[in-house]
Design a protein around this ligand. Structure first.
Ligand SMILES: [Zn+2]
Length: 371
């Protein structure tokens, strides 16, 4: 290990005198997925991360969160808690970025002279955003955007991830019939691992997600019941949206993998969700987050339909910072996941500085759009 750190420091010193196109192959090799975490840790500790990330730092950054739990372990570490949110806000501010509203962020992207900024975005309309996140945001006067799928509010959403978590939480042996797999889930580590494995198996295949329904039924897991427990109602959302720190964005009607839908179905997903939110809240909904947001879940076709639906900007989950160049592709704005637990100081610093994208793209294009 010390040999590795020694070498990494030496490579970073070499780097200070070199343009990025001449990055040593050795360092590029270190950027492989298995070593990314280790290299991030070393780069942050040695202070080299900021220097490497400079080209990747951008004008702004959009941070993504989902649930903000009271007890992360009880929810199999699928979200973060209020303390972690507060630490991240502290790190954002320490990195020299102002936390601003969506409107102000998009304005600053268009103004080269403006200060660096960060957008806090939360997906899916979980009730804990009001209970656990909002008090922290109020303390720091930090604005947020909440991306809301219609189905979460009208209880029609097939939130398979909530069903799967409940199934794993409530049982010490879990059988996923369609996967042909069974998991021993007697403790937190094995429950969290099972959650990750089944989620990875589903990938972006809606049919696999749908197939979990038979297991939910067998174990008495009610997805609508879970939505009732975890998600905002229409009244909750109306009150939340009226808070001065809150902007509401779109997140489709049914939160399905868009790439598997027909063009007209994608169009319907966007327009009906936009109309639902605008009718309910009596305000314009001008931004969108694609469900899942990965390269396999959405792409150029969805971006074109989002523009035609009238969104000003739409967010993927391609990790990267926000650059003025994104004004040319406003329906493909990158966004970085900060809302998972546990999260090391190095992982957070690496994502804020731009180092993380440098690592996972092997020092490729800083401006994330389709990739
Ligand atoms: Zn979502």
């Amino acid at each position: 290990m010390s040999y590795f750190l020694h070498n990494l420091r030496r490579v970073f010193r070499e780097l200070q005198a070199q343009p990025f196109s001449q990055l040593p192959a050795r360092l590029q090799a270190m950027a492989g997925p298995k070593l990314t975490k280790l290299a991030e840790e070393a780069a942050v500790r040695t202070g080299a991360g900021g220097m490497i990330g400079r080209r990747y730092r951008g004008a702004g950054i959009a941070l993504m969160f989902h649930e903000v739990h009271g007890d992360v372990d009880a929810e199999l570490r699928t979200g973060c808690d209020a303390d972690q949110l507060e630490r991240i806000i502290g790190a954002v501010k320490a990195s020299g970025r102002d936390i601003v509203s969506m409107e102000e962020g998009l304005r600053r992207l268009n103004d080269p002279g403006s200060r660096p900024f960060a957008l806090l975005t939360f997906d899916d309309a979980y009730l804990d955003n009001r209970e656990n996140a909002l008090p922290v945001l109020e303390r720091y006067q930090a604005p947020m955007t909440l991306f809301v799928p219609t189905g979460m509010i009208d209880r029609s959403l097939y939130a398979w991830w909530l069903g799967l978590r409940e199934l794993i939480k409530s049982s010490d042996t879990v059988e996923i019939t369609a996967m042909g797999a069974s998991f021993q889930t007697g403790d937190l580590a094995s429950k969290a691992a099972a959650m990750r494995q089944v989620t990875a198996w589903i990938g972006t295949d809606q049919a696999k997600a749908d197939a979990l329904a038979s297991d939910f039924a067998r174990f008495g897991v009610s997805v609508p019941g879970l939505i009732d427990h975890y998600a905002m109602t229409a009244e909750d959302l109306k009150a939340f949206a009226s808070h001065p720190l809150v902007t509401i964005g779109a997140h489709t009607k049914s939160h399905r993998f868009l790439s598997g839908l027909s063009e007209s179905d994608v169009r319907g997903e966007f327009s009906s969700n936009k109309m639902f939110l605008e009718d309910l809240l009596q305000t314009a909904v001008e931004t969108l987050a694609y469900p899942y947001g990965t390269e396999k879940a959405c792409g150029a076709r969805e971006a074109e339909i989002a523009a035609q639906t009238g969104f000003q900007a739409s967010f993927t989950t391609r990790p990267g910072q926000l650059f003025a160049e994104h004004l040319a592709t406003p329906q493909l704005m990158p966004r970085i996941d900060f809302g998972y637990a546990p999260q090391s100081v190095a992982a957070c610093a690496s994502r804020l500085s731009g180092l993380h994208r440098a690592m996972i793209t092997r020092f490729g294009d800083p401006v994330a759009t389709l990739h």
